[in-house]
Design a protein around this ligand. Sequence first.
Ligand code: SAH
Length: 209
Amino acid sequence: MTKDFELACNKMVIEQLKARNIKSLVVLDAMLNVPRHLFVLDDQKNEAYNDSPLSIGLGQTISQPYIVAYMTEQLELSCGMKILEVGTGSGYQAAILAYLGCEVYTIELLDELALRSKKIFTALNINNINVKHGDGYSGWPEEAPFDAIIVTAAPEELPEKLIEQLKENGKMIIPVGKIHSTQMLKLITKKDKNITEKDLLPVRFVPMV
Ligand code: SAH
């Protein structure tokens, strides 16, 4: 990373993440080392480490750094876990999961974004991310079940197929709610085939379509 980006990234980790109680050292380490500025559009690079989501074109956004860190921390991931992400977008969240040593399967509806993120992963030599261009509502049955599922676009209701593809004791984090309104970020856990739902915080994501 060049000096300016490195400084901005350090500042982001201290002021936006540590200050707001992100505690997981592995998550903080990933946020410190994955170059977020490489996942945003050229004219947004100077804002890459700002405390906000940014447009990535096609009406889509890269989430605010805090939300990426928070969602990742909630999943309590460890190296080697198999993770499904719905909504690849810029690829930044997937790169954070990959940095933690997870085997990442990520699905993106828009071909252009799927291609763009694949190129970035190749350029960064990241080889534990598999990108599929398709509809996340179906999940990735050939690779299921997953240790954890992270959904970064908001459906109006919990997608049944994704819950089915979660391992026993697995966790899923997902924003649920109406389009263009505030959604509730939920943590879903599967235990003895029972599903528990916990409301975490109000969020605003682009809709899952
Ligand atoms: N995780 C992303 C942010 C994603 S924005 C990042 O780190 O940058 C949400 C993404 O979900 C958008 O790219 C959008 O195209 C995608 N999306 C919306 N509905 C989808 C669906 N049904 N299946 C797969 N992707 C979907």
